[in-house]
Design a protein around this ligand. Structure first.
Ligand code: PGA
Ligand code: ZN
Length: 439
């Protein structure tokens, strides 16, 4: 049973407070010493409107971002709810946490408080069972290593540059295994750095470790990445493909019913707006020019009809990922499935607030033939739960940032360890939207 529940306020990769929970289990399951699991909750910057609530203190300390109330909730109400419970019953634990909160968006306790407990319980249970976390969560069928979507060029809310799309990622689809894929991406990353320096562009990095140069727009960014891939000795479209996260909800202006591009406007000296229709045409052009396999949040989080049209136009050949659109919420995912909006779901545990609900989101998506991608947040920590969860979910894809910055490499390094543990049974195989994209 769960013997001890304890939380503290720690820092995330942006230097902002977040919740860490420690759960100790023992006796009923194991010997008298017990096992302690832990988890640190991540935090987003371009958060979706429909995400579960992240509770912040709104007091002067930490400029209003303290999480002392969330920590207090773990140490009192949530501890009371789960003490003595069997840590192996994850769904029951998560139910108890939800009951203790009682609101839809987890406003009373805070999704950050609830999630810290939910994840730490799983970690403790895995330790008590003496199983690696990925295996405890996913069973013995968990042998699929995810293809990384490595964010090597940052923009939008994650950097102070002029790039309006938030993320430009490379996917090593032609690698034979995760380890080789990681190497290919790191090589391209360093080649891109070299290239930026030659062009006297900044090689400083954004929140997720990708470079943040001042370039005009998506075409220029993708062209530079294409050059870096070639220079690193890889074949674009075969060894390495691209993915983008537009984070379009951040660009959308309700009164104008259009998407504003502040960086592009600044660089060109003219105000650049694009309607949903123009955005769709823009994506068509980008996917015809570059091997872009995946477009995330291409349209606003409330534009269901726009998403439907976008999916009709591009869904046969491009993975269209809903992040702010779906917020790992089964009700929203179900609506998307019914409408044919998007064809893939980004899974972020802190958007929904419990492990069980996140797993349900994965299951619902997979049953409907939607792909899933397990994802970090722009504010992360050294916690590696995500890597194990990606293998357990069998998603085949992960977003964990650049091959740079400890909080990002922690996840990739954990995947290397998992691949080693799986040995011969490990698989790594990128299946595109129409089956296997490898030519
Ligand atoms: P966030 O960004 O963590 O800042 O929300 C990540 C994403 O949009 O995928
Ligand atoms: Zn996103």
């Amino acid at each position: 049973p769960i013997r001890k529940v304890y939380a503290r306020e720690v820092l995330d990769s942006r230097g902002n407070p977040t919740v860490e929970a420690e759960i100790t289990v023992g006796e009923g399951i194991v010997g008298k010493d017990g096992y302690t699991g832990r988890a640190i909750v991540p935090s987003g910057a371009s958060t979706g409107k429909f995400e579960a609530l992240e509770l912040r203190d709104a007091e002067p300390r930490y400029r209003g971002l303290g999480v002392q109330r969330a920590v207090e909730h773990v140490n009192t109400v949530l501890a009371d709810a789960v003490l003595g419970e069997n840590a192996l019953c994850q769904s029951r634990i998560d139910c108890l946490l939800l009951e203790a909160d009682g609101t839809e968006k987890k406003e009373h306790m805070g999704a950050n408080a609830i999630l810290a407990v939910s994840l730490a319980v799983a970690d403790a249970a895995a330790k008590a069972m003496r199983m690696p976390l990925y295996q405890y969560l996913g069973g013995c069928k968990s042998t699929q290593l995810p293809v990384p979507m490595m964010n090597i060029l940052n923009g939008g809310k994650h950097a102070d540059n002029t790039v309006d799309f938030q993320e430009f990622m490379i996917m090593p689809v032609g690698a034979c295994c995760f380890k080789e894929g990681l190497r290919m991406c790191a090589e391209v990353y360093h080649t891109l750095k070299e290239f930026l320096k030659e062009r006297k562009l900044s090689a400083a990095v954004g929140d997720e470790g990708g470079f943040a140069p001042d370039v005009q727009g998506a075409k220029e960014a993708l062209a530079m990445m294409a050059e870096a891939v070639k220079r690193a000795g890889y074949t674009l479209g075969k060894d390495i493909c691209f993915a983008i996260d537009v984070a379009a909800s951040e660009l959308y202006e309700e009164d104008k019913k259009a998407y504003y591009f502040p960086g592009e406007s600044f660089m060109t000296g003219t105000e650049v707006y694009r309607t949903a229709e123009e955005m769709t045409a823009y994506y068509e052009e980008l996917t015809e020019t570059f091997p872009v396999l995946s477009i995330e949040d291409g349209l606003d989080q409330e534009d269901w009809e726009g998403w439907q049209r976008l999916t009709q136009r591009l869904g046969q050949k491009v993975q269209l990922v809903g992040d702010d659109l779906f917020v790992t919420n089964t009700e929203r995912i179900a609506r998307g499935i019914t409408m044919g909006a998007g064809n893939a779901v980004l899974i972020k545990v802190n958007q929904i607030g419990t492990l069980t609900e996140a797993m349900e989101a994965v299951e619902l998506a997979h049953k409907a033939g939607y792909r899933t991608i397990l994802s970090h947040r722009s504010g992360e920590s050294e916690d590696t739960f995500l890597a194990d969860l990606a293998v357990a979910a069998g998603s085949g894809q992960i977003k964990a940032g650049a091959p740079c910055r400890g909080e990002r490499t922690a996840k990739y390094n954990r995947l290397l360890a998992i691949e080693d543990m799986l040995g011969e049974t490990a698989c790594y195989d990128y299946k595109g939207i129409n089956g296997n994209l490898r030519k």
